[in-house]
Ligand binder design. Sequence first.
Ligand SMILES: [Zn+2]
Length: 293
Amino acid sequence: MASVPIDSVRELRQVTVLPRGNSTTGLDQVRFSIEFHIPSATKKCSYKERVVKASVSDQRSILDIQNFDFTTTSLSAKAAGLPEIAAINTLTIKQNNARDLRIAAETELNDVKRELNRAETDVEQVVSRINRDETRLASGTGAAKELEQLQHELVSLAARRAELEEVELEIMMRVDGIKARIAELSGEESALAAEIANLEISKENALTIIFADLKAAADDREKTVASVNPELMALYEKIRAGNNGTGAAALIGNQCKGCHLTLNTVELQRIAGLPEDELVRCEECRCILVRGL
Ligand SMILES: [Zn+2]
C-alpha cells in the first residue's frame, strides 16, 4: 500500500467507526495506522510492515527463532568475554615485559663482557711486564741503578696490577649479577608461557563447547525459519534490527516479555477480541507479541 499522509489517516479515522472512542492521541494514530497497515507519518515503513496475519504455528516459530537468536547473542558474548581471554592478555603483557627486560639485560651483558675483556687485557699486559722485569732482575745483568729502577717499577706495577684486578673483579661481579637477572627473567618468561599455554587450552575447550552450541542454535534456527512465512520472517528481522535484538516476545498475563512493560486493560481487551492469527505488536517496544502461551 502506498504511503498515506497523517491527515488522511485522521480523516479516515473520523469516518471509520472505531471501538475506542474518538481519542486522537499519537499512540492511537500509530495503532490505527498499524491496524490498517498505513505507514505512520514520521516513520516510513516498508512493505514488510504490512504483515498482519500469521498462523499460530508461525507465531510460535517466530518466538522460537527469537530464543535461538537470544541464545546466539549470549553465546557470542560468552565467547568474547571468556575470562581466559582477559587472563591471557594480562599474562602476555607481563611476558612481553619480561622478554624486553631480558633482551635489555643480554645487551648489557655483551657490553659488560667487552669491558671485562678490556680489563683482562689490561691485567695481562701488567702481568707480562712484571714477568719481563722480574726475569731481567733475576738475570742480574745491567747496571745497579738500572736494577734499582726495575725494583721501583715492579713495586708500582704490583700496585697497578692490584688496582686492575679489583676493577676486573668488580666487572666479573656485574657479569654474574646480569646473568642471574637474565636467568630470573627467562624463568619468569617460561612460567608465564606455560601459564598462557594452559589458559589457551582451557579457552579452546570453552570455545569448542560454545561453538557447538552456536552451531546447534544456528541449525535449529535454520530449520524453523524454513517453516515460517518469509514475509513474517522479514518483519521479525526488521523489528529486531531496530530494537536491540528483540523482534518478538510472549505476552504473558498483561506483560510484554520483550520490554517488560504492562499493557493497559483496554489494549488487553482489544487484543483478546482479535482472531488468533492476527499479528499483535507491542505498543511500547513494537515487537511481535505472541499470545496464548
Ligand atoms: Zn514490549
